[in-house]
Write a protein that binds this ligand. Sequence first.
Ligand SMILES: [Zn+2]
Length: 1137
Amino acid sequence: MDGLPVGPTTTPLVIKAGWLDKNPPQGSYIYQKRWVRLDADHLRYFDSNKDAYSKRFVSVACISRVTAIGDQKFEVITNNRTFAFRAESDAERKEWMQALQQAVAEQRARARLSSAYPLGVQGSEPPDRAGSLELRGFKNKLYVVVVGDKVQLYKNLEEYHLGIGITFIDMNVGNVKEAADRRSFDLTTPYRIFSFSAESELEKEQWLEAMQGAIAEALSTSEVAERIWAVAPNRSCADCGAPQPDWASINLCVVICKRCAGEHRGLGAGVSKVRSLKMDRKVWTETLIELFLQLGNAAGNHFWAANVPPSEALQPSSSPRARRYHLEAKYREGKYRRYHPLFGNQEELDKALCAAVTTSDLAETQALLGCGAGVNCFSGDPEAPTPLALAEQAGQTLQMEFLRNNRTTEVPRLDSVRLLEKHYSVVLPTVSHSGFLYKTASAGKLLQDRRAREEFSRRWCVLSDGVLSYYENERTVTPNGEIRASEIVCLAVPAPDTHGFEHTFEVYTEGERLYLFGLESAELAREWVKCIAKAFVPPLAEGLLARDFERLGRLPYKAGLSLQRAQEGWFSLTGSELHAVFPEGPCEEPLQLRKLQELSVQGDSENQVLVLVERRRTLYIQGERRLDFTGWLGAIQKAAASSGDTLSEQQLGESDIPVIVYRCVDYITQCGLTSEGIYRKCGQTSKTQRLLESLRLDARSVRLKEGEQHVDDVSSALKRFLRDLPDGLFTRVQRLAWLEASEIEDEAEKVSRYRELLVRLPPVNRATVKALISHLYCVQCFSDTNQMNTHNLAIVFGPTLFQTDGQDYKAGRVVEDLISHYVVVFSVDEEELRKQREEITAIVKMRVAGTASGTQHAGDFICTVYLEEKKAEAEQHIKIPASMTAEELTLEILDRRNVGIREKDYWTCFEVNEREEAERPLHFAEKVLPILHGLGTDSYLVVKKHQSMEAMLLYLASHVGETKHGMMKFREDRSLLGLGLPSGGFHDRYFILNSSCLRLYKEVRSQRPWSGAPETSHRPEKEWPIRSLKVYLGVKKKLRPPTCWGFTVVHETEKHEKQQWYLCCETQMELREWFATFLFVQHDGLVWPSEPSRVSRPVPEVRLGSVSLIPLRGSENEMRRSVAAFTADPLSLLRNV
Ligand SMILES: [Zn+2]
């Protein structure tokens, strides 16, 4: 193969040229003078020496013999045809014959040399496109072949096989453009214009594309290719061995042939990023070229093809199917790869990767990434948290380049679904339909403008056998074009009257074309949409067809447990609901787009990802195809926005409260509770208006920040919004009833009337009333500072909520009553109150602390939290809002440090007490702020994995009931009781832990044989209510605990006195069982968030695996914060303040 010429294959040198007489065609006696030219590949003859295009050409490879016949004549003999020429003299004939014989011999020698890649009759490359075309000036259709940088014309298919053609056009001088006629196009060169006509519009497009490819190839340069070929293994395709591969996968770092490149593309950019060595010139930086010289095919195959069974190896001549199979196995599944010794041990792989990237060992990096090391794993070094940063620090530019190119590469998985095969094997239902449709020319981008009626042409359309064909009219036999149902990726129905036709629908294809069809009749249009949908949606997803949809199609997505790789799912958009059918998942509830907690587009322009976060799940939709993805993006964004002015048309948060209301209430709570005249004072009109506009447009994306918005602007925006509600908060229908209720004299009767009326409100209104009144109650609790007592608030809000002029106090009285009787009217239960007490306490403490130190933090507390261990590099400073749970804090820290959560990683926030040498894993739902307040100077918070959680969960799962009893060693901390002396130490005691308390018995009297529970003395020596205990793991060494499996238990009495004592178990298992039971009874059985019952951010489930790919931003925390804070009764919460 080394003997093959390297470099462009165009215009080989002319070996010999001159005038010869060619024997006449049959039926004629006159010899014709022809200009004949021979080069290494072809013998051609022309009308004259000035012509650029031959009359005939014969492939040298097909010449079997050259023989002399009488009269200076000689014959060029091919398998099937003989061409006779006559020279001017014997000498000239000899020269021609020698030249021809030598060319044939050399051609054969070349063919032998590259036996691995035999030069076929029709040349060395398979054609990019071949078929019949009409060419103006020719009576019959020609057989046209686009191959490499040439367009070859043959009389017919038979001659193509014989290697005898008319002429070929070097596309370095070619240009193609559409002609006026829908099926015609011109190939223009400086010497001649070839006017072709295809069978259909669709075929024309395919020919245009192929010819444009040939032009690109002709204009390509081989400079990069030649540099990369400087290393021998790069001179043949990494996958099939074909010579002179001029394509490459820049993330896999291998050089491949054009045919393999086609299949690589089919693997998707998540597996292989395909670029041309010759055409994508901008990609080839010096660094990338150097990387290919160092890694390239040698290292690539050393890793990826370490174990290829001969039966599965590829040849240059392998079929597309074999290629697809091999490449799927090689790169998507990693079937043939060389397993790294650390394979399967994620932590070690990541560590090894972090080490490798600081060295020049690129092959090691390749092997580690290919075996699952996390390209974005956390290095443990905050200065250089990722492998990329480490490589940069170490000055390893090639490593950096390699990591960058692999930033989004999927880890190979043996069990990966073969999308392609799957896709092809789907049997689509057969649907038939026909009729006239109006159609515009297909487009390569979204239709932004209205298409006028004149732009549509009437076409007879037939849908049958999985193909939608369109014809000039119902009598035409050959279609103008066709769309295969299997190629349809999306079907969209624009709103009526979007275009010149009242009813239209759009069909998007895999090849990124958009076809617009129109009709007058709504009924006929719906019928067509239904039929086309049926034709391209597989049975698996046909449930989506039951609804009227605006958009329907398939998209690559990642969700749930399968974040490693994208799969294809089926989606439909109906109103503000996104329905999805996943091939492997259970049936899913539709996503309520207006209730999304996050909707964002991430990634760069090449790899866009649409992130949708709903309460319990996160969905990533990938922009693999640009055109239909852009369409979906716009439609989803539109559907997620508020659709009108009424309350229920707004973007909604959890508990059905409009995000717009929530945002304002939250902000006032954080920053405005102590602001004098809050809600009475007006903000600046212009600012208020601007704010309200942006909230109405997309409240979800509005972040109100202290210092940027004045509380009075925000409060005014909220009042304005409520006042302008078309139907009012209490609705037009019921408004009067509420006002009348306020006149009921008997208080109890009045309250029960309010409760009745509340039930009658629509859910969104009811939730909003509750949130608002709860908030107002909180505001009036601060009336000492803000001067807004219940009466003042009622004066402001009565007319706002009832949209009256304020002349009559009835509206105000309703508001005043609702605030005063909040607990009863809204049925706020004890549990809700208890939960919120700490939060409100914290807010108030914060406020006091803030004023004392002269800073205005309005409820925000900045705290230091460590990741994994207490050291300066692991520090995170984090704002702790009042409602933040331990789980939210944990996730926030992991997010910030880009730490991925894997299955069975029980990341937990611990409260560590250094003095006591004990630590307490916070329960996931525990509020962090109150804990921070109780934290002494010798304590801190750290987020790390809870090593015993799995064992504890297993224990709890296998254990019925919620009690535990047994012996433990017990010791009281007498120093706390003022004795100041270390006491005698640990003593055996019998403990019983049940759902309400922990009891200690001094002695066990006897064993009752039938129950297993030892009979104890009737009265326990001590007894503590379980909920007032805080249990820490560990006992300080100074106390010389008898075993290393101990607890430190803190009991806070009602009088806020603290007692502390210590417990020790015999074994670690026992310790875990006691601790698990403590957690179980303290938290009503919910020890670790299980998905369905989970109230807070559900991230661990959806983030298994490769979290770091797309970090989430936590907006839902904020969402829940104040809503939760104020749906409880502030009255009771503030009792302890
Ligand atoms: Zn190949």
